[in-house]
Design a protein around this ligand. Structure first.
Ligand SMILES: [Fe+2]
Length: 414
């Protein structure tokens, strides 16, 4: 089986589509793999804003000069590493350990606020903006103190509370993005309100559609899409929603090439805040655990977004987002070339591809490393013993409690 990546314009009947390269997002057919039998199918793919797909040349015709899936993946991996690799560690106002103590409470409170707010909206009641503003103030302050604390808590995901946790995660990520883009704190707070409330319209979507474990039919997908305009209606009852907040809510599903919704806005028709919201929304959707699939690792999700940025997102903003998070954000579990397994503690001054890590497990001997060892991978002397990062793993891999390991008072440093 040879899988290749090709542009949709190059497809012809007789080619077998192996995958639409849309993650778990919308695809125009009920099946992910199919034989192309006529040109209409190709038009349908393009109309859905899909520009590249994977084909299986063992089941259909070949396009001889197209790159294999491995070659395409290697190019993306290299590009993402190059973008994030040289970004030095940010100077934070407080340490991770100090901030994580507050961050846990803020995250919990934000989740309670969004749950109650969505419930109020569903029942036609007013949104209590003082409660929303208070929790957003605390959340933004925490990110401005040390963004790694709340960001790494985004890894804790309960499959049954997706919409609420997604709202808080998007708010956290968007605030971090605003901070990195040097937005003033006041503007960041306005954007953060929009990010927290961005999917509020989903409260009007029937639960069978919202939580459907399989692919939505085209008419179900139309209902799902209506959550954006339904949110706008709900805001008629909300005094003082800023235009920045409204941009996140109204534009987080618009795509740079005009293939998004609800208004099919294109390029500069979408506000910068809307363009940022679209990146953050998809990143969080890709990394979250849902009832029907596990999320991707942060590294894989950034690679996917970079790949899709050719059409769906503003490339500069995607690059900025990759630099903001780094390919190995705090709390990421990584396997080192030596066989050791570690948790990323913080990015180093030499860039995010060589962070400081906490070594906790030896995958060769299948034994825990006790006590844990803190290793700075930017120090060349450590490489012969510990190696370099080989790949990142999903949260939960090796049964490692990354957050617990980062918050306890620690170990031997080398
Ligand atoms: Fe949405």
């Amino acid at each position: 089986m040879v899988i290749k990546k090709v542009r949709v314009e190059r497809l012809k009947p007789g080619i077998f589509i192996h995958d639409f390269d849309q993650g778990w997002l919308e695809i125009p057919f009920m099946r992910r793999s199919l034989m192309l039998t006529d040109d209409k199918m190709i038009t349908k793919i393009l109309e859905h804003g899909i520009h590249e797909v994977y084909i299986d040349t063992s089941k259909g015709d070949d396009i001889s000069d197209a790159p294999t899936a491995e070659e395409a993946k290697a190019m993306t991996e290299k590009a993402v590493l190059d973008i994030s690799g040289t970004e030095p560690a940010k100077v934070e106002e407080s340490s991770f350990v100090q901030e994580i103590k507050r961050a846990g409470g803020i995250r919990k409170e934000a989740q309670t606020v969004i749950t109650n707010t969505m419930e109020s909206i569903r029942n036609g009641k007013q949104i209590d903006h003082r409660v929303v503003d208070k929790v957003v103030d605390d959340l933004v302050d925490s990110i401005f103190n040390n963004s790694s604390a709340l960001l790494c808590l985004n890894q804790i995901r309960d499959r049954d509370a997706y919409t609420f946790q997604h709202s808080v995660s998007v708010c956290t990520l968007m605030t971090t993005f605003c901070k990195a883009m040097k937005f003033k704190k006041d503007l960041t707070k306005q954007v953060a309100v929009g990010a927290l409330l961005h999917d509020l319209g989903k409260m009007f979507i029937p639960k069978e559609i919202l939580n459907k474990p399989s692919k939505l039919t085209p008419s179900e997908f139309d209902v799902m899409k209506s959550h954006v305009l339904l949110a706008r209606n709900a805001f008629k009852n909300y005094d003082g929603i800023s235009s920045s907040a409204e941009n996140v809510i109204m534009q987080h599903h618009e795509k740079f090439d005009g293939s998004g919704y609800p208004h099919k806005l294109k390029g500069a028709e979408i506000s910068n805040i809307g363009l940022m919201g679209a990146i953050v929304d998809v990143y969080d959707a890709l990394t979250a655990n849902r009832c029907y699939h596990d999320g991707m690792s942060p590294t894989e999700a950034l690679q996917k977004i970079y790949e899709w940025s050719t059409y769906h997102f503003k490339r500069d903003f995607v690059e900025h987002f990759i630099r903001t998070l780094g390919v190995y954000p705090t709390g990421t579990i990584v396997t080192l070339s030596s066989g050791f397994v570690a948790v990323v503690v913080e990015t180093s001054t030499k860039g995010s591809t060589r962070p400081k890590v906490r070594v906790v497990f030896n995958s060769k001997s299948k034994t825990p490393v006790s006590p844990h060892i803190d290793v700075d991978l930017s120090d060349d002397n450590n490489i012969p013993i510990y190696g370099v990062i080989k790949n990142s793993e999903l949260p939960g891999t090796w049964n490692i409690d990354a957050i617990g390991l980062l918050t306890k008072n620690i170990p031997v440093a080398v």
